[in-house]
Design a protein around this ligand. Structure first.
Ligand SMILES: [Mn+2]
Length: 265
């Protein structure tokens, strides 16, 4: 009798996890939980997806606000470290934040034909001039998007300076979770955990009332395949190490692992 072990997740080239325990893109008090939350979620993701976890070396320092961006010099150092980590990778990468600004480097290395699906309670479309806080995680999508199609999913806290960019006939569109249909065939998936309802999960940096449940989010992620190819993904803003809270995210990790593929560049 042949007993075959069938792995739960099979990929043509091995998926890797890049943990980026960066807090300097956020300014709220809860940011102090980002490094430990990042490491806890990355360890869990590594186990669930049977993937190697690489921690991108980041500083624990802060640096002055320059040009309207808090901790600018530290954030630039981290971007260089992320570029170095990504330069030696040939395969799909799941980036685990850290604050949302860990998405800048992974998005920018993609062509403008790749749409960005931004699952987030916030639009992250501020500029240094329009940002109410100077926190770069609220500006990262504006900095990363280039000419790409952007679909905001679950956004419910949008600043006045961000609204002019958003509309049915504009580069950035709003969608309900469950109704995401980008025009581009290839997509990058950003999931800030604050897209979830704080009633379902309480380990995000910046909870906002409302939001979707884990099951609804998982369904939407799974519906992307096979029509869309997910060429990169990130899960950000985890500030909890609580095992029971993190366990709620296992179905999400499995779904992201299943849709994340890579076709070479
Ligand atoms: Mn957010």
């Amino acid at each position: 009798m042949c007993v075959c072990a069938i792995p739960a997740h099979t990929h043509t080239s091995a998926m890797r996890i890049h943990a980026v325990p960066q807090f300097q893109g956020a300014l709220v008090e809860a940011r102090s939980g980002l490094p430990s939350g990042c490491r806890a979620l990355a360890r869990l993701a590594g186990r669930v997806l049977d993937a190697e976890v690489t921690e991108v070396p980041v500083s624990t320092d802060t640096s002055p606000t320059l040009g309207g961006i808090a901790n600018l010099d530290v954030l630039l150092e981290h971007q260089e470290a992320q570029r170095t980590a990504l330069s030696s990778v040939d395969g799909p990468v799941l980036t685990i934040g850290g604050d949302c600004s860990v998405d800048l480097v992974p998005v920018r290395r993609l062509g403008d034909d790749v749409a960005v699906l931004w699952f987030d309670a916030h639009a992250d479309l501020n500029t240094p001039g329009s940002s109410p806080s100077g926190a770069f995680h609220g500006m990262v999508l504006r900095s990363a998007m280039g000419e790409r199609e952007v679909v905001l999913v679950g956004a419910r806290s949008i600043d006045d300076g961000e609204r002019p960019l958003i509309g049915e006939d504009k580069q950035v569109r709003l969608a309900e979770c469950g109704g995401v249909a980008p025009r581009s065939r290839e997509v990058y998936l950003h999931i800030d955990l604050d897209v979830l309802s704080p009633d379902e999960f309480n380990g995000m940096t910046y909870p906002e009332p409302g939001g979707v449940g884990v099951e609804e989010l998982v369904d939407q992620v799974r519906r992307l395949s096979p029509e869309w190819t997910v060429v990169g993904a990130a899960i950000t803003e985890c500030v909890t190490e609580d095992e029971a809270e993190l366990a709620k995210l296992v179905p999400l990790l499995e779904a992201v692992g299943d849709v994340l593929t890579y076709r070479g560049r």
